[in-house]
Structure formats: C-alpha cells, structure tokens
Ligand binder design. Structure first.
Ligand code: PLP
Length: 307
C-alpha cells in the first residue's frame, strides 16, 4: 500500500477548504481510477489473461486499465462506440498513452449495439470465463469498494489526527461509485463525516439509480446537490473557475472538477458552516486532449494566462 495522499489547506474564494490530493499519488495509479482499481492491482486473479472494459477512447479509465493490464501481464480489450478521426494521439494523453502500454481499443463491430451490450451479450460468451475479467464503465462495481474504503480510512484518520470535527467531503460524481462507497465507509465506521456530491453525467435521479445498483441500503447514500449537467461541454463560468484554480497553482481535470467546484462554491457562498474537504481525483492526463478546443472557444479567458 502506498502512503496516504496529502491533504493541503486552500483558500477557496475566501472560504477555507482542505484538498485531498489524490492527484499526487504515484503514476500511473493516481487519482480516482487508481483508487477504484486498487484491488485489481493487488489481488490474485488466477488464470486471467484478458481484461475487458469499455467507455470513451479519451477516458481516464482506458489509460488506468491499460496501465494495470501492462503491470499484470494481461491483455486489455477496451470497447468504444466510435473513435474520432481527429482523436488526440499523443502519448501524454489517455488514448495514446494506453496504446503505448499495449492496449487494444476496439470499435464495436456490430451497428446499433452499445459497447456494454456487445461485451455482455456477445464477446464474453466467446471467451473462457476464467481467462477474462470484465470491469463495467468507470469501475462501477464491487471491485471498487476496497480501494475507496482505503481512501475513506485515510480521510477519517486525517480528521481524527487533526481534530477536525463535522467534516463534509465533497466530490463530483460520474457513476457515483466513489461517493457511494466513501459514504458507506463513514457510516460503517460511525465517523462524523458526511459525503456530498453533485451529478456531472445526467441528473440527480440518474445518480440515485447508480447508487441503487451498488447498494440497496438508501440510508448510507451520499447527499446529492446541484442540477443536471452537460457532460464534456464546459460553459464559460466552468472554465473560469478552472482557470482561477490554476492561477492559484492547482490544476484540476476538465470533465468533472469545473462542475464540482462551481457547485461547491455556491454551497459555501450560501452557508459555509463546518469543515469542508474537496477530493482532488486526478485525471489530469485527459486535459491535453481537451484544452485546445476550450482555448479556441474561450480565447479571451486564456489571454491573462501564460500557458
Ligand atoms: C472517473 C472519475 C470521476 C467519477 O468517479 P465516479 O466514481 O464514477 O463517480 C471523477 N473524477 C475523475 C477525475 C475521474 O477520473
């Protein structure tokens, strides 16, 4: 087990905020996917030769699964809907980095079938069940529980050591897996720590459905705030808050954090009681493939910035 990621104090629009720096965990297993895939790295999986996943060809999941497969000597098959001709191929991005690690990225060969359906109804049936390991999108499965509970323990230990009471942990959600398992851990341990999240993909109802896929026990669910959100299309105020953080020396990723930071700001502006910790979930590798588009679209916002 690597040592706990650090927690830094941060001045967030006049509010004091703690930031849990999972972005500083050692590469290539830093950030959210490093936590969720920790048991895939550590456990023994006798006979497994192929790891199967799906999602976006630019995703953090693709890169993290590729790194994991390469470390374990497995072949990664990663299914996608579509690969844009203009996809960013540099090795410092998720896609190019995954190819360099030996991943096979496959466009679903049947028309009108999603990657998930293709894997579950066709591909897995062609394979020897013991030789492959299938990870649903974004690690939305019980395999993620242990790694996220480790994160929960780090936060609880830190709060106890510092005497931080009534802690609120905030993080933006995609599948909601991380927020759910964190909240579950704090409930199981009877910690005075509450998990608050916002939906970045879809709306609050979608997020509750995701929680329900992982746990039937609704009293452990995280608190959900914020409105439905357009994934992967940053609005001006989202890019502004991302740039403001970068000017303060903290770089965030561009899919989840801008939305999360804006929702957190409006929460704290309305009522800043208690102690708040924002979970920095890494994923900066994806930024190189997204920044050029935003730089063109919002050129004036970037003028004040050097890089
Ligand atoms: C995958 C990811 C998320 C979303 O995590 P969920 O557990 O799916 O909610 C958030 N932030 C980053 C940086 C990610 O890579």
């Amino acid at each position: 087990m690597p040592s706990p990621s650090p927690v830094d104090p941060f001045s967030f629009f006049g509010h004091s905020l703690w930031i849990k720096r999972d972005d500083l965990l050692p590469e290539p297993f830093s950030g959210n996917k490093g936590r969720k895939f920790a048991s895939l790295l550590a456990d023994s999986f006798d006979g497994v030769q192929t790891l199967i996943g799906y999602g976006s060809p630019q995703s953090n999941s693709l890169y993290s699964l590729a790194a994991l497969a390469s470390r374990r000597g497995w072949q990664l098959e990663f299914y996608v809907d579509h690969i844009a001709a203009s996809i960013y191929r540099g090795e410092e991005g998720n896609y190019g980095g995954a190819l360099a690690l030996g991943a096979t990225v496959i466009t679903v060969p049947e028309p009108n079938i999603s990657p998930r359906e293709y894997i579950e109804s066709i591909r897995l049936k062609q394979m020897d069940a013991d030789a492959c390991l299938y990870v649903p999108e974004g690690g939305r499965c019980a395999l993620a529980r242990r790694g996220v509970h480790t994160l929960g323990r780090e936060i609880a230990d830190w709060a106890a050591a510092r005497g931080v009471a009534h802690l609120n942990v905030f993080l933006p959600s995609g599948t909601g897996t991380t927020a759910l398992y964190l909240s579950e851990y704090f409930h199981q341990q009877h910690c005075d720590i509450r998990v608050v999240t916002c939906p970045v993909v879809g709306d609050g109802d979608y997020l509750f459905d995701q929680f329900a896929e992982l746990s039937a026990d609704s009293h452990i669910y995280p608190e959900v705030v914020g409105d439905a959100h357009h994934y992967a299309k940053l609005k001006r105020d989202e890019l502004e808050i991302w740039l403001a953080m970068r000017r303060q020396g903290l770089e965030f990723e561009l899919l989840y954090d801008p939305c999360g930071l804006l929702v957190l700001k409006s929460l704290l502006d309305a009522n800043a009681e208690g102690n708040w910790l924002y979970l920095h979930q890494g994923g900066l590798r994806g930024n190189v493939s997204m920044l050029p588009r935003y730089r063109r679209k919002f050129a004036q916002l970037f003028e004040r910035d050097v890089a």
